[in-house]
Design a protein around this ligand. Structure first.
Ligand SMILES: C/C=C/C(=O)SCCNC(=O)CCNC(=O)[C@H](O)C(C)(C)COP(=O)(O)OP(=O)(O)OC[C@H]1O[C@@H](n2cnc3c(N)ncnc32)[C@H](O)[C@@H]1OP(=O)(O)O
Ligand SMILES: NC(=O)C1=CN([C@@H]2O[C@H](COP(=O)(O)OP(=O)(O)OC[C@H]3O[C@@H](n4cnc5c(N)ncnc54)[C@H](OP(=O)(O)O)[C@@H]3O)[C@@H](O)[C@H]2O)C=CC1
Length: 447
């Protein structure tokens, strides 16, 4: 039995759940990995010069044992997230430390502590097998998976599953991720695949869409409301392309920051009107490595006021981190919110705290999304209220190049990866719904 037989079953319109359940599973499959004995390969290099094409491998790996509450999924497509870039350059830490720590927690979790890490935190595909105790999902179900892995044995996570002390990001802090022909997930990660999308379109939003939903919309994040001025850094990037859609769909006013005219055009085509090209306008928030320039914060704030008719920012959607955080705190209005989920340019932030406390601003830390938030974010995709922002699709073999492009900020929106899917465009079940949204679905393609 090989993965080819699985693909044949997925492509046959007559396959039943029983057929999938009866399919023998292969002993091994192809997966994107990083190797434990290579974690020092970039020692001494600048972050920018660490090349994911050197550390990312395509290997044959053995199929992991299936445990209670888990599912094995045939992965038709996945996507590249920035967390896979971090894994591939071994920053800020090697992810093998996460696997070792997880491996120490239980007999079953030991499976994750391997000398290779199968990465990837998104998938669209078909359930192959479910473990004991899984009743809601069956072999043959077409699914996407969100990336929240929790144990839920502690009450700390019972109100908000992100607060579970054993919270992990699947394919980053656990093994057997989505950039592979088969993935292992907890069944609670599974959600119905939006039926108007192809496999690669359905795999694109998951991680970033859920994160943007919690960070901006959810009451656990900024709790955005109608009319809010929302400053969105990287508004055509992975997170930003969904934050921009949430702001527009929720009656807010996105102020989109991008770094090229081409990216500004994409934001316009989504419906945004207030756009700042940070490259063309040349903001330099830092005079040197240790000193910020408040005059540049003010120039940036003046530009925002020009675009809003004199208003300041209610919510900043932050993720660039060190380079922009001082400016983000400054331009927020009295009582406003800076919500942050990352620090791409550096995690040791500096800002002038007088502008925070004197103006009663709040900084909110946000990370991925709880089970419910991930489900709600996927529901909005399924209803055609929010659309994938897939620009380019790579083969599994070219995942290193895809991660390199994301690392170099040479991509738009999201980049996809075909795993088992032999070509793009497969997996669409509801053609009528798709036709209604086709322009929005294709907005980022090949730009
Ligand atoms: C969905 C997608 C998301 C993304 O893309 S996010 C971007 C990518 N992700 C990242 O860049 C994050 C990578 N992760 C990290 O950098 C690290 O993961 C953290 C900095 C988040 C945490 O580091 P750690 O080493 O796990 O935690 P510690 O707290 O520094 O060390 C653990 C030890 O410190 C003890 N400790 C924790 N809190 C306290 C305290 N308040 N007072 C005293 N000790 C404390 C613990 O118990 C434990 O101890 P013991 O080593 O003995 O087990
Ligand atoms: N905690 C969480 O749950 C999550 C965290 N993340 C993290 O968020 C970060 C962004 O992820 P994602 O949106 O997918 O990545 P992308 O690279 O797709 O998009 C980020 C955008 O940010 C802008 N940007 C990058 N560097 C800077 C900078 N120095 N100053 C201003 N703008 C900058 C770029 O846009 P432009 O050049 O047009 O300005 C870029 O397109 C990553 O660090 C990732 O690990 C992502 C998802 C979930």
């Amino acid at each position: 039995m090989t993965v080819k037989d699985i693909l044949a079953a997925i492509q046959s319109p007559d396959s039943t759940s029983e057929d999938f359940a009866a399919l023998p599973l292969p002993e091994s499959y192809r997966a994107i990995t990083v190797h434990k004995d290579e974690t020092e390969m970039f020692a001494g290099l600048e972050t920018r010069d660490k090349d994911p094409r050197k550390s990312i491998h395509l290997d044959d790996v053995p199929l992991p044992e299936l445990g209670p509450g888990e599912a094995l999924v045939a992965v038709m497509a996945s996507s590249v997230n920035y967390n896979s870039v971090w894994t591939s350059i071994f920053e800020p830490l090697s992810t093998f430390g996460f696997l070792e720590r997880y491996g120490r927690t239980s007999e079953l979790a030991k499976r994750h502590d391997l000398p290779y890490h199968i990465i990837g935190s998104d998938l669209a595909g078909v359930v192959l097998r479910t473990g004991p105790g899984v009743n809601s999902w069956r072999p043959g179900d077409e699914v996407v998976a969100h990336c929240l892995s929790v144990e839920l044995e502690s009450s700390d996570g019972h109100n908000d599953t992100m607060l579970d002390p054993e919270q992990r990001i699947w394919g980053f802090e656990t093994n057997f991720g989505g950039l592979a022909e088969i993935a292992l997930v907890k069944s609670n990660q599974l959600m119905p695949k939006p039926d108007h999308l192809s496999w690669e379109e359905a795999a694109a939003p998951g991680l970033v869409n859920s994160t943007a939903y919690r960070q901006l919309v959810s009451r656990n994040g900024a709790g955005m409301k109608q009319g809010d001025n929302v400053l969105i850094w990287g508004a055509s990037g992975g997170l930003g392309s969904y934050a921009t859609q949430f702001a527009l769909a929720g009656g807010a006013n996105p102020i989109c920051v991008v770094s090229s005219e081409q990216k500004a055009d994409i934001c316009r085509s989504m419906g945004a009107e207030a756009i700042i090209d940070r490259s063309a306008e040349g903001y330099k928030f830092w005079k040197d490595e240790n000193t910020q320039d408040p005059k540049e914060w003010k120039r940036f704030g003046k530009r925002i006021r020009e675009l809003t008719g004199g208003e300041d920012i209610d919510i900043v959607f932050e993720h660039p981190g060190r380079e922009t955080f001082g400016a983000s705190v400054y331009v927020t209005r009295k009582g406003g919110t800076i919500t942050t989920c990352a620090s791409t340019s550096g995690y040791m932030h500096q800002y002038d705290n007088r502008y925070l406390w004197m103006s009663l601003k709040r900084i909110i830390g946000s990370h991925f999304a709880n089970y419910r938030e991930a489900w709600e974010a996927n529901r909005l995709i399924a209803k055609g209220k929010i659309h994938p922002t897939l620009s380019k699709v790579y083969s599994l073999e070219d995942t290193g190049q895809a991660a390199h492009d994301v690392h170099r900020n040479a991509h738009q929106g999201k980049v996809g990866v075909l795993c088992l899917a032999p070509e793009e465009g497969l997996g669409v079940r509801d053609h009528e719904k798709r036709a209604k949204h086709i322009d929005a679905i294709n907005r980022f393609r090949n730009v």
